[in-house]
Design a protein around this ligand. Sequence first.
Ligand SMILES: Cc1ncc(C[n+]2csc(CCOP(=O)(O)OP(=O)(O)O)c2C)c(N)n1
Ligand SMILES: [Mg+2]
Length: 304
Amino acid sequence: MRSPDLGSIKDISKQFSREESLEVFRKMSLIRYFELQAKDAFDAKLIKMPIYLSVGQEAVAAALSTAYPNPHIFGQHRCHDLYLAYGGDSSELADELLHLPSGCAKGMGGSASIHFYTDAVRMHGHDGLMGTQVPIGVGYALATGKKCLIVAGDAASEEDYVISAMGYAAHKKAPVLFVGMDNNLSILTEVKVRRNWKMADLAKAFGMSAVEVADDPWIIMHYARELSPKLPAYLNAQVVRHLWHSGTGIDSAPEWDRYAMVKNELQRLGLGNEAEKIEQEAKNFTEKLWQDRRKVQQESSVLV
Ligand SMILES: Cc1ncc(C[n+]2csc(CCOP(=O)(O)OP(=O)(O)O)c2C)c(N)n1
Ligand SMILES: [Mg+2]
């Protein structure tokens, strides 16, 4: 069953410092407003490749980057959220989407295949085939012994090679936190049409610790910390995709808007003014960033 309250714990937000709560909201705001600017650029036909936006799904990446720091990251096609939350360069992501050679994948990867690898942010690019990041990430974790974060959508998780890789990771104790970014959709097909089992149950059957919760960032932080010493482990997060699978359209009102809910909660915690300031800063920052990068694109020859 889907619910914005799934797995909620009363007053969980009060267990986190004011700095952590505001840090998560800062990252959510960066993602939300960066993505809305990317949407504008796409609508203005400045982006010629398919785009997979994270609008609505911001909270999980923001919370993970705070509570599960510095992993090797293996994401999939919808991954602007992970990239921005973990500190990927926002200018290089805008350039990537605008096909500029200064993009994080030299303008050749586009939205689905962003790659950003530095000592601080270790995000491995995706090849566009659903779920391949899972066996690749498991192999990486086992070969290097390094802590990994592997994120897969509710549909990608159904691929046979994903399930077998998870079973192997459990057997060999790979240092991986698996996160199911579960927006209930494979393009337009809901989970209940596709299967009668849950990823968290499957992970448990393999012997992993596993939870299924909604995308409340305080809950995600709580479980990310609880699961970290027990890797491999699995966290299924119910999220809401506000825009089309690919592109910028809207089919219907979202099931919930976690961004607005987090703002309300910050108000309840007495952090309303700080939150407003953070939101305004994110709006200003991303607007200026995209204006600048669009100008660079205009002056280049990439769209000729
Ligand atoms: C192996 C493979 N099969 C089909 C596709 C086409 N395809 C791309 S994304 C997608 C749905 C992905 O759903 P999910 O993993 O839940 O991620 P979401 O887009 O919902 O974030 C499909 C069917 C593909 N890219 N790769
Ligand atoms: Mg999905």
